[in-house]
Design a protein around this ligand. Structure first.
Ligand code: ATP
Length: 436
């Protein structure tokens, strides 16, 4: 897949209603995107699978949902006011702006070909906002650049209410905001995005082992989403790449058309965050270790992934173009677990009560699965539309249905069609979904 295919994905996303540019009718807002009818379904499926795997299926992980706006002192204590900077340089000639760590300053500007750079300057990535009735007298705070701090400042509240023993995790899904210097590559780097974060609290001596464990767990989760295993890898961070809070870190990377890039970071944050909040708030965020009869500050392993990057990965990985009987077919081979529509229902023609029978089948399917009813256009075109939407199954009601109450069930990937009794449609879909 070459770089052009990101453009193909942007175009398919718009055509089928996955992603629209934000505020498009006003010319758009750079690097912000809206999820359309299919996009929101798929994004919810990804988030639900994460929650299921991280929270529901584990006895020692609980969830929470903190406010986006937090006390400004949180961001001083966390080190974000001081350290959450990227070095930026501008081309003095054409005013293009780059991240200094992303380019070679001895080489000319990619846009205009001149070599005339400003000195690198530190640029804080947090969005400032003010709250209170009057803008000029209101207090300043920030839109959170990560969801994690909402977990750290609630550590004590969760420990005392959820009665967990080390090791245990607190997980959260939610929006984060960063005023990125350079954006682009569609959903990959945006200024508003969603994170899925797990903070797993442990005894400090277990950090190495737990970092390995969670790195593998998280890598396997992307494989379970259906992402091609060969295009995923774990990459340990070099010492000079580590974030200000981090002792060791792995990135899970995917081979995008624009190169290997990070999907998720799994980091040993040590006791940094709880220590900082203990100091700055004067409220103890500690854990009582019953075995040793003393209060300790637990260390934390963080698994921090981006929902939008996972979404983009699934789209890119699923996108295929192929020739079928001399015609080009675009198909999204999405795992049925995340496909926005599980099954489409089609009456072959719009007469002889085929639409009525189809409606009945559709209503039954809809009680359990996300379904789509389509009676417009030739059956071939309707199949193609669903292939582009990534719908794994299609049920067609035809003239034979009138004779023997069977329908065809079409598989998106093999395009094979088999006949099944209409009354078995729901159980057949259930069976197929369970087997992925
Ligand atoms: P990068 O090096 O790409 O800027 P990062 O190392 O700063 O990312 P983290 O702070 O580790 O990212 O954030 C955790 C996860 O949040 C990332 O792995 C990514 O999936 C997601 N994320 C971070 N920044 C963005 C962004 N601007 N747009 C979309 N997702 C993001």
């Amino acid at each position: 897949m070459d770089i052009k295919s990101i453009e193909k994905i942007v175009s398919l996303s718009k055509r089928r209603g996955f992603i629209f540019q934000s505020s498009e009718i006003y010319g758009g807002l750079a690097s912000t995107w809206d999820y359309g009818p299919l996009g929101v379904e798929m994004k919810n499926n990804i988030k639900n699978l994460w929650w299921q795997d991280i929270v529901t299926a584990r006895r020692n992980v609980v969830g929470m949902d903190a406010a986006i706006l937090m006390h400004p002192k949180v961001w001083e204590a966390s080190g974000h006011v001081q350290n959450f900077n990227d070095p930026m340089v501008d081309c003095k000639n054409c005013k293009a702006r780059y991240r200094a760590d992303h380019i070679d300053l001895s080489k000319p500007c990619k846009r205009c070909g001149k070599t005339d750079w400003t000195k690198p300057r530190q640029f804080n990535l947090m969005f400032k906002t003010s709250f209170g009735a009057l803008a000029d007298s209101g207090e300043e705070t920030y839109l959170r650049p990560e969801t994690a701090q909402g977990i750290f400042v609630n550590f004590n509240n969760v420990v005392t209410t959820a009665r967990q023993k080390l090791p245990f995790g607190i997980a959260q899904l939610g929006k984060a905001f960063r005023n990125e210097i350079t954006t682009g590559n569609f959903l990959f780097r945006t200024r508003e995005f969603e994170q899925m974060e797990l903070e797993y609290f442990i005894k400090p001596e277990e950090a190495k082992e737990q970092l390995e464990f969670w790195s593998q767990e998280r890598l396997n989760w992307y494989k379970k989403l259906g992402v091609t295993a060969d295009k995923l890898r774990l990459r340990p961070h070099e010492k000079d790449e580590l974030a200000h809070y981090s002792i060791a870190c792995y990135d899970i990377e995917y081979e995008f058309p624009f190169g290997w890039s990070e999907l998720e970071g799994i980091a040993d944050r040590g006791t940094y965050d709880l220590d900082q909040h203990n100091k700055q708030s004067n409220k103890k965020q500690t854990y009582f270790d019953q075995e040793n009869n003393k209060h300790i500050v637990p260390a934390v392993i963080e698994a921090s992934g981006g929902v939008d990057r996972a979404f983009l990965t699934c789209l890119v990985d699923a996108y295929h173009e192929e020739e079928v009987k001399g015609e080009q077919r675009v198909v999204l081979r999405l795992s049925p677990k995340i496909a926005p529509i599980t099954c489409a229902v089609f009456p072959l023609v719009n007469k002889n009560s085929l639409p009525e029978i189809s409606e009945k089948i559709f209503t039954e399917i809809q009680t359990e699965f996300s379904a789509f009813f389509d009676q417009g256009g030739s059956i071939g075109r309707r199949y193609r539309r669903q292939d582009e939407a990534g719908t794994p199954f299609g049920i067609t009601v035809d003239h034979q249905t009138l004779e023997d109450n069977t329908v065809t069930l079409r598989d998106r990937d093999t395009m094979e069609q088999i006949r099944i009794p209409a009354k078995n449609a729901v159980s057949e879909l259930r069976k197929r979904l369970q087997s992925v």
